[in-house]
Design a protein around this ligand. Structure first.
Ligand code: ADP
Ligand code: ADP
Length: 229
């Protein structure tokens, strides 16, 4: 069944006389537990879509269904709770707090959320069970991204949204992060949506949504996603 469903989503920016359609009627569905990649060139509308999914930006029109709720109807406290409890975010730059250890970075995020997991267990899952007491500056870029993924997963979100998560990493480190995200879908049933300009990542996904000029040009289900090794 559809877990994420965008219906004719538009986001129009008014720049004086000119209207810019960052999203110009985007429709797609994603099933629970899928690894979905939204791919397209710079300026295509990927960040706009991700921000709307995450409740960080509002659509001009259209519907955004997440687990049976149209989040475009959320306001105020409901919207805050949605962002806090239902969505895990992973960014290109890890946004860790430098004077907290890896474990403390994860634990901090859990203090305010509804249904957190055990921070140590999640640090084991991302392969950092031995690095709990290290500060971010003592960790490699790939390890810092693992902490950021642990921080997002430990909230036990419905949906993990990733914005160019390998964009700041070298090829092999990026590959290991993609493997972790793919494994997180397979092992934990997490639904992951990853946006990227890098079309080489698409074959690893269960669903590939190609965005261009604010439209979904094509939506493919991929029966044989390439396992990242
Ligand atoms: P992508 O993430 O694919 O690079 P974006 O979603 O960031 O694309 O942007 C899509 C389009 O919307 C671009 O043409 C961009 O310039 C425009 N855009 C994004 N944010 C704004 C804004 N705040 N004001 C005006 N135009 C914007
Ligand atoms: P760009 O610099 O345009 O973003 P790169 O080729 O440097 O593209 O790749 C960026 C990231 O994408 C790499 O760090 C890597 O993790 C991932 N990646 C790209 N192609 C592959 C591939 N064929 N297999 C696994 N990972 C890939």
């Amino acid at each position: 069944s559809e877990f994420v469903s965008l219906r004719d989503v538009k986001k129009i920016y008014h720049m004086g006389e000119i209207d810019i359609a960052a999203a110009n009627g985007i429709t797609f569905d994603i099933r629970k537990g899928e690894f979905a990649v939204v791919v397209g060139p710079s300026g295509a509308g990927k960040t706009t879509v991700l921000n709307i999914l995450g409740g960080m930006d509002t659509a001009t029109s259209g519907e955004v269904w997440i687990d049976g709720q149209d989040i475009t109807k959320y306001k105020g406290k409901e919207l805050t709770a949605y962002r806090r409890d239902d969505i895990g975010f992973v960014f290109q730059f890890y946004n860790l707090i430098p004077n907290l250890t890896a474990l403390e970075n994860v634990e901090l995020a859990l203090q305010i959320c509804r249904d957190p997991l055990d921070a140590r267990e999640v640090m084991e899952h991302v392969g950092l069970g031995e690095r709990l007491d290290n500060f971010p500056a003592q960790l490699s870029g790939g390890e810092q991204q693992r902490v950021a993924i642990a921080r997002a997963l430990a909230k036990n979100p419905k949906l993990l949204l990733c914005d160019e998560p390998t964009g700041a990493l070298d090829y092999n480190t990026g590959k290991a992060i993609l493997k972790l995200l793919q494994d997180t879908c397979r092992q934990r049933g997490m639904t992951v949506i990853l946006i990227t300009h890098n079309s080489a990542i698409a074959p690893m996904a269960d669903r590939i949504i190609r965005i261009k000029n604010g439209r979904a040009e094509s939506i493919e289900t991929n029966p044989h996603p390439v396992p990242v090794e």
